[in-house]
Ligand binder design. Structure first.
Ligand SMILES: O=c1[nH]c(=O)c2[nH]c(=O)[nH]c2[nH]1
Length: 284
């Protein structure tokens, strides 16, 4: 009475970051990979017989294992490699659709990267007929360090499972706002200086926690922008987890990461000059 129409199945949005550590100048490839397969899938839909199905979990694992084994050059090449592997390797799979998005990064230092694509610049002004307060800022400035980040020595209780680490990827999407005590004269130059201060502090701070990096970033803005009296930062900890490639007989010496999008740590804080004037309604 009914017939099965077009169908496909796969793993959507496998977020893989491949780090290549040739000496001090690291390279990263940051991909969002979606695979979708189709073929002899009548039985699985009509009777629940899974014999023709290559699990979506396997498709995800293949993405990670191939990132390690073959590296990632052009995304077209990587997509072709995956598509051919699925179709040529499994007689029940006749068609593979592999879609890849690549997020572009520019290197700021050997191990420090800022994601290409402009952040959003923000400002908030209050004026009550007498006094004007100006808060400048930016949001979604995405940065990543492939090394020089540790996290250990923290509190542990019966629910703590996080392993201590002496070397991890540290990544965040910076939201920063800075309050001016006066007017800098050139707002454009002031913004460029603050932005550069944030990026440079992120790149050059050897981090024992994102909290420490936050303070360094705020302090650098205060150092470089004399008219700024307070900096508020929101730093989501964009966790990058090393993928366990052991089951595939592959080691993973800081090369292939799963870029998780949630949940994420959220580190927030303000850095002020000791003599900062009251904020009034500046942040309201
Ligand atoms: O830099 C960090 N700060 C934390 O407070 C924290 N908590 C956590 O689980 N990982 C991290 N990383």
């Amino acid at each position: 009475m009914f017939t099965l129409g077009p169908n496909r199945y796969g793993k959507a949005e496998t977020r893989v970051v491949r780090v290549t550590r040739d000496g001090d100048a690291h390279r990263i490839k940051d991909l969002n990979v979606s695979t979708s397969l189709s073929g002899d899938m009548t039985d699985v839909h009509l009777t629940g017989d899974n014999a023709a199905v290559l699990p979506t979990d396997t498709q995800k694992n293949t993405v990670y294992a191939f990132a390690k084994k073959h590296g990632v050059a052009a995304i077209e090449e990587f997509a072709l490699l995956l598509a051919r592997h699925f179709v040529d390797g499994q007689p029940t799979i006749h068609h593979a659709r592999v879609e890849i998005e690549e997020y572009a990064w520019e290197r700021r230092a050997g191990h420090s990267f800022a994601r290409k694509g402009q952040e959003v610049r923000t400002c908030l002004v209050h004026y009550d007929g007498e006094t004007a307060t100006v808060v400048s800022g930016l949001t979604d400035l995405v940065v990543l360090n492939t090394t020089d980040s540790e996290f250990w020595g923290y509190l542990k209780d019966e629910y703590t499972t996080l392993p201590e680490t002496r070397d991890r990827v540290l990544a965040t999407a910076v939201t920063a706002r800075w309050r001016h005590a006066g007017e800098p004269g050139d707002w454009e130059a002031s913004y460029a200086t603050a932005r550069e201060a944030l990026l440079d502090a992120f790149a050059t701070t050897y981090s024992l926690s994102l909290q420490q990096t936050l303070y360094a970033m705020g302090a650098r803005v205060l150092t470089d922008c004399p008219d700024v009296c307070e900096v508020r930062l929101e730093l989501p900890n964009k966790h990058h987890f090393l993928v366990d490639l052991d089951p595939f007989g592959l080691d993973n010496d800081g090369e292939v990461y799963f870029a998780a999008d949630r949940p994420y740590g959220l580190i927030e804080g303000a850095v002020l000059r000791e003599d900062a004037p009251g904020a009034g309604k500046a942040w309201d």
